[in-house]
Design a protein. Structure first.
Length: 280
């Protein structure tokens, strides 16, 4: 990996590490790696980190050179959710506005991941808790370390879920299991996450990032226009009637049917060749 840029660095400071790193995969420049970078605090979310993450995700989403994204955490954790030290100060200053961060930061992060018009792979190297779990589930595919752990954790501090977990857990696990996890806050491990379909693969911690990158490289070489339509269709299907889904699918197929990617892929199939997708 080669660091391309950092988001969240204080202006004029050379001593403060960026809160979020944005890098380009050395093997495939079409793959971007966005890394939460507070390893000493297990990537707990401060306002600085959240703002930097929104900026980084919007940047890679808009970059036409990027065809797939990996979201990772530095150090031994993926993301353990809100920095409660910072939150306690916000409560003391003004409890009425202390949760403005949900609308200002958490919601834009989840929307950016879920609606990004290119695949996003989460490389879960360690704990994914609270909003960290929400961010992971907002990604399209997940690779986890065999030592990773997961939890909702909100009820333990007298809160309900945020970061989309009320929807993503239900869609992934069903209402009964989602309710159980949110009410009891019990943690579960990588093997359980794999068995329930939350993660695609469980690998040794030292192989997490490379496994996620291999998956992202595979996706980057694929039909990214179709991937974008697939993401929209799955999101719509989770909340809409069959008739609405059928209508949307037909419209999406019509849009994709006139693309160069589709024509080239059909020609390659008939010629028993591998298609080269360009996102056009």
């Amino acid at each position: 990996m080669q660091t391309n840029s950092g988001a969240g660095t204080e202006a004029g400071s050379k001593d403060v590490d960026p809160a979020v790193l944005v890098a380009v995969d050395e093997q495939d420049p079409a793959v971007a790696i966005v890394t939460l970078n507070r390893p000493a605090k297990r990537n707990a979310l401060t306002v600085e980190l959240k703002e930097a993450l929104v900026e980084a995700l919007e940047r890679v989403a808009a970059d036409t050179r990027v065809r797939a994204v990996v979201l990772a955490g530095s150090g031994k954790s993926f993301c353990v959710g809100q920095d409660l030290g910072e939150h306690a100060k916000a409560l003391e200053a003004d409890a009425a506005t202390s949760f403005d961060t949900v609308e200002k930061h958490y919601n834009p992060i989840v929307r950016a991941l879920a609606t990004m018009p290119k695949p996003v792979v989460a490389a879960i190297n360690g704990g994914a808790v609270g909003a960290g779990l929400g961010f992971a589930l907002a990604c399209d595919l997940r690779v986890a370390a065999d030592t990773a752990s997961f939890a909702t954790a909100f009820a333990a501090i007298g809160l309900t879920a945020d970061s989309g977990l009320s929807a993503s857990l239900v869609h992934s696990l069903g209402a009964a299991r989602a309710t159980e996890l949110l009410l009891l806050g019990e943690s579960f491990d990588a093997a359980q996450a794999k068995a329930s379909g939350l993660v695609r693969a469980v690998v040794p911690v030292e192989a997490v990032l490379e496994t996620a990158l291999e998956l992202a490289r595979r996706l980057a070489a694929g039909p990214t226009l179709a991937y974008a339509e697939i993401k929209k269709a799955v999101a719509l299907g989770a909340v809409s009637s069959l008739d609405t889904v059928l209508e949307a699918e037909g419209a999406a197929q019509a849009r994709l049917g006139v693309t160069k990617d589709h024509r080239v892929a059909v020609e390659a199939f008939l010629a028993k060749q591998r298609p080269a997708f360009e996102g056009a």
